[in-house]
Design a protein around this ligand. Structure first.
Ligand SMILES: Cc1cc2nc3c(=O)[nH]c(=O)nc-3n(C[C@H](O)[C@H](O)[C@H](O)COP(=O)(O)OP(=O)(O)OC[C@H]3O[C@@H](n4cnc5c(N)ncnc54)[C@H](O)[C@@H]3O)c2cc1C
Length: 436
């Protein structure tokens, strides 16, 4: 077996989720795809668009809208797809994996794409019936069923996922309370003003938001079902259902048990290779330097690097970049990236029109954008993100930055014309200066 991958290698992918499925697509379009691709997934259905579970729960989309590829597509592409079977062990010496149903599958190159699961707070009662995560189609179906009887729900976590789950359940007719540990919603993405606007909007729809709320215990109704949640400050909230959306735990156990180097997740280098050169990991189960993942954008870039690498192509390594955040709650427009708090060396530009619910705050360091929070009108978000990634010097158009590319471009053009004129006049003056 050569050190580097070759396109003759048989590739076995564990996990038919967002990363595993995208890797299959990326491998198939290489000029020299692997000789054999096998995918084993624990879920019973082929990979679907997990991101759309939120609009599915809110009743805004139906099931079919989540489909990425059906099982026939895998067959047509010559990809072996094994569903509803969980890989339980990796035997590195034999280059085999063993599944829950007893299958033994060979590999030359193994890819771990096992994602993550909801992190459950270690409080009494967290295992009771009626306490759910929000991660897959089964969770979405269970939550939809819970909401059918109306009643009340408590969502633990006021981040992206918690708010999307809360709004979905509210739209289905439940009375929903969101418990947020921090002093504001989405504290990792939003500053206090934007978080306040978001909270006011959600409250106006009927959601109850409780900040600085620390979960102490989930109360049993005497029959193994949830009856209420208790907060550390002594409050008790009666509820029919609890949704935990308070962070994720990478599914790194397979790698850990196989003695691959791991930390918070399975450690990989810039080619997504683990400490075993025949084993790779990507997506939410991997850790690159100090980074673990929870959004798809960096995972798509990992997929491209790993697909090229597995196809035996020379490829530059994966490079960490910031990611932007959007919230998928209809009627709420929000876009953010970068630090939420201004550092002393930041220039802060902000605009707030409370009447129209429009708020924009930009953080610049030496004329370069580092952080953006937009609430209301978010149209300049993707443009601002591009400028930040490119490290563009925006000093010449500071006064227009809050209003987007059209005004900015006019100022940049004017600045470029001024610079040209200055260069021309310096050129014209040179003989005079030289003569002097
Ligand atoms: C409700 C919801 C909304 C989201 N919204 C957004 C969003 O708006 N924007 C965004 O960027 N991201 C969003 N995300 C996050 C995004 O879905 C994840 O970042 C992405 O799915 C990660 O891909 P992955 O392949 O690493 O993990 P997953 O998609 O979770 O796939 C992992 C797969 O591996 C399987 N598996 C695990 N262990 C084994 C095993 N031992 N054997 C076989 N199979 C196994 C799992 O069952 C799963 O099917 C959202 C997530 C959720 C749950």
């Amino acid at each position: 077996m050569p050190e580097g991958p070759s396109h003759r290698d048989r590739v076995l992918i564990i996990g038919n989720g967002m990363a595993g499925q995208r890797l299959v697509e990326a491998l198939l379009v290489r000029p020299t795809p692997p000789s054999q691709i096998t995918v084993v997934g624990a879920e019973r259905v082929p990979a679907y668009n997990r991101i759309l579970l939120s609009p599915l729960l809110a009743g805004e989309l139906d099931h079919a809208a989540l489909t990425l590829r059906d099982a026939d597509w895998y067959t047509e592409q010559g990809v072996e797809l094994i569903l509803g079977d969980r890989v339980e062990r990796i035997e590195r010496q034999a280059r085999q994996v063993i599944t829950a149903s007893g299958r033994r599958l060979d590999y030359d190159r193994l890819v771990l794409a096992t994602g993550s699961r909801p992190a459950m707070p270690p409080v009494p009662g967290i295992d009771l019936q009626g306490v759910h995560g929000f991660r897959d189609l089964e969770d979405a179906a269970t939550l939809t069923e819970c909401a059918q009887g109306g009643g009340s729900a408590v969502v633990i976590g006021g981040g992206l996922l918690g708010l999307e789950a809360a709004e979905g359940l509210r739209k289905r007719g439940m009375a929903v309370s969101v418990l947020q540990r921090a002093s504001r919603l989405m504290n990792r993405q939003l500053d206090a003003t934007a978080a306040g606007l978001l909270e006011a909007e959600l409250a106006s729809r009927g959601l109850t938001v409780i900040t600085d709320a620390r979960l102490a215990a989930v109360e049993d109704d005497g029959h193994g079902r949830v009856a209420a949640v208790h907060l550390e400050d002594g409050r008790r909230l009666v509820t029919d259902c609890v949704v935990v959306a308070a962070g994720i735990t990478p599914n790194a156990e397979l790698g850990h048990d196989a003695e691959l180097d791991s930390d918070r997740a399975i450690l990989v280098d810039a080619h997504l290779t683990t400490s075993d050169p025949a084993i790779h990991a990507l997506g939410e189960c991997c850790q690159f330097e100090q980074h673990t993942y929870g959004l798809v954008e960096p995972i798509w870039r990992q997929v491209e690097v790993l697909a090229a690498h597995l196809a035996g192509e020379a490829v530059g390594g994966y490079v960490e970049q910031p990611s932007a955040t959007k919230l998928k709650i209809s009627g709420v427009s929000l876009y953010a990236f970068g630090p939420t708090e201004a550092a002393p060396e930041h220039d802060v530009l902000s605009y707030h029109d409370p009447e129209r619910g429009d708020y924009r705050r930009l953080l610049l360091r030496d004329g370069r954008l580092e952080g953006v929070v937009l609430y209301g009108d978010t149209r300049i978000g993707p443009w601002a993100f591009e400028q930040a990634l490119a490290g563009s010097d925006l000093n010449a158009c500071r006064q227009a930055l809050l209003f987007g590319p059209a005004d900015v471009q006019a100022l940049l053009d004017a600045a470029a014309e001024d610079a040209d004129r200055a260069a021309d006049s310096a050129h014209l003056q040179r003989p005079v200066e030289e003569a002097a």
